[in-house]
Every structure is written in C-alpha cells, then in structure tokens.
Design a protein around this ligand. Structure first.
Ligand code: ZN
Ligand code: ZN
Length: 247
C-alpha cells in the first residue's frame, strides 16, 4: 500500500483499524480503567455520571501531535460529548521505545506512564503515540481498553505529509477520531445501534464506506464542509452516539 503511494497521488491511503478486547498484561492502578473496550461509552458521551473529561496524550520523542490536530480533536469532542464542566487535553513526552508495538507493549507503556485517571465527576482517556510501528504495516492505531488508545506515530509520519500523501494533521485527526469513536461505543460496541449498520465482515465498524467508522478509513477523500480530507461520521453512527447520551 505504501509502495503504491510513491508512484501515484491518485492512489488513496487507507488503513485498517485494529481493535482489541483481550486482557492486558498490566493492570492499571485505577480499577475503572481496566474495563473492556466500549464499557465507558455512555460515561464519555453523557454528563449523567461524569460532567468533565481529561484527555492525556503521551508521545514518544519526535511524535508530538500537531497543534492543529489537538484543535480538531477539541472541536470534535465538544460537538459530541456532553461535558458542561469542560474537556481538557494535555500532551506530554515520554521516553523513546523504538520497537514494534503490540497491544501488550502499549498496555505496559501505559501502566508505566499514565497519570490521568477517572475520579470524581471527571472521566479520563489515555492516548499513547509511539515511535514504534505495527508489524502489519497497515494499522495506524487501535483502541484496546475502555479508555485507552494507541497511535503508531512513526507510521502516521511515514504515510503523510509527502508528495501525493494526505497531510499529517488530516491523518492524525482521522485515526484519532476513529479510535475515539470506538471507545464511545461504535459500532455496536457499547452504544446500541438505533438502526442496523454494522459491517458483518468487519465487526464494530460501519457498513458505509464513506463513514469515519468504515473499517478501512480513506483519508484522502474530500468531503463537503471538511477541510483537510478528514472523513466524517454518517447519520447512523451519529444517531447511535446521541441515543447513548451524546449531543
Ligand atoms: Zn476501527
Ligand atoms: Zn457510520
């Protein structure tokens, strides 16, 4: 896939998302954060239990998320999540790793570094941005627990910003928004479907190839009203989030 990008700007970059519900080797000190993917969907979407939210981003050297990505993320979450107490996004650097990354190694890194946990009326989400890559070469990120996401920073850099490639901000934003929607319960993963739209061949993804929650996100598609070629959620996905406490 990457090879093709070198030869033609007409070939679209796509990536398959990987989700993981397996048990992690490292148990987090905060019990709330050890639950399966999708378990906190309503907590993240609604204000009934948690009226504010903290997003802790930890990146390995060289892979800090772009300021515009953070700005996009803020707008995206504000448009979906009912958090009258506010949504705070913090970004800090952690030690380099440089190896390939698996769900287990992401969980171990999270255990070692994460500082923000759900407490009181504040729900906390952890986003790890690694300097390693996934051995499958097509996965740019995955959600692996109820409030945990891993992005392959190196793969995102490699697949963006060059000739014929999508911008880095657009790719970072697309992967982040897709994975965040998994922890918000899409598709059929904690936010029940209002109308059936789950892709039977790729569970927990939307059947609509133009939707943000399609299993292989096409990050080079220009959509009306969206600058930077970031795919948008379709009405079926949006309805599920609203029905589970979202805006
Ligand atoms: Zn996915
Ligand atoms: Zn959808």
């Amino acid at each position: 896939m990457r090879k093709c990008l070198l030869f033609s700007c007409m070939i679209l970059l796509m990536y398959s998302c990987k989700k993981d519900n397996s048990v992690n080797p490292e148990v987090l000190p905060n019990g709330y954060s050890n639950q399966a993917l999708g378990k906190s969907a309503m907590d993240i979407l609604s204000a009934s239990t948690y009226s504010s939210m903290t997003i802790e981003v930890q990146y390995m050297p060289g892979y800090m998320l772009d300021a515009s990505t953070i700005a996009n993320l803020t707008i995206f979450l504000d448009s979906i999540c009912n958090k009258p107490g506010g949504i705070v996004i913090n970004q800090t650097q952690i030690a380099a790793n440089g190896n390939t990354f698996t769900v287990d190694s992401a969980a171990i890194t999270e255990r070692k570094n994460r500082t923000a946990y759900t407490a009181g009326h504040n729900v906390a989400i952890y986003i790890l941005v690694t300097d390693g890559f996934d051995t499958s070469l097509t996965t740019l990120g995955f959600a692996y627990r109820n409030t945990s996401i891993c992005l392959f920073g190196k793969d995102i850099f490699t697949n963006s910003g060059g000739f014929g490639q999508v911008s880095r901000v657009a790719l970072e934003t697309s992967v982040l928004e897709h994975e965040l929607c998994h922890i918000m319960g899409l598709v059929n993963l904690g936010s029940p479907m209002v109308v059936a739209h789950e892709d039977a061949a790729h569970l927990n993804h939307c059947i609509n190839p133009r939707c943000l929650m399609y299993y292989a996100i096409n990050t080079n598609r220009a959509l009306p009203g969206m600058a930077g070629n970031v795919p948008v959620m379709d009405s079926s996905c949006r309805r599920d989030l609203r029905a589970n406490g979202g805006k």
